[in-house]
Design a protein around this ligand. Structure first.
Ligand code: SF4
Length: 104
């Protein structure tokens, strides 16, 4: 391989590596909370608010879900977003946990 072709191949490899990492993050995004995580179990978190254990959490109301909770950190149309209760992991807009607090 001549020098100019080798230089072109090196540039192609470097530029591919530089764009692969941000693209991978954008496609995957933050991890979702696992309902089996210790914090999720403690708070009774479910991805689907209709699956909340009514016997354990009698205060849960069918109109309550993460997207209308004051701790929800996403936009109204986001299916998943951050929550103050779960650090960097995302929760489902349709979810619920026992820390639910009506958004203002
Ligand atoms: S605190 Fe609110 S937004 Fe966070 S998981 Fe519980 S109900 Fe959902």
């Amino acid at each position: 391989m001549d020098a100019s072709r080798r230089r072109w191949v090196n540039l192609a490899v470097i530029s591919g590596a530089a764009t692969a990492a941000p693209r991978a993050f954008a496609q995957g995004g933050p991890a979702h909370v696992d309902e089996a995580d210790e914090q999720a179990v403690a708070l009774g978190y479910k991805h689907d608010a209709t699956k909340v254990d009514a016997a354990r959490f009698p205060k849960h109301d069918a109109k309550q879900h993460c997207a209308n909770c004051s701790f929800f950190q996403g936009n109204p149309t986001d299916a998943w977003a951050g929550c103050a209760m779960f650090g960097r992991k995302h929760i489902a807009a349709a979810g619920w946990c026992n820390a639910w607090n009506k958004a203002p």
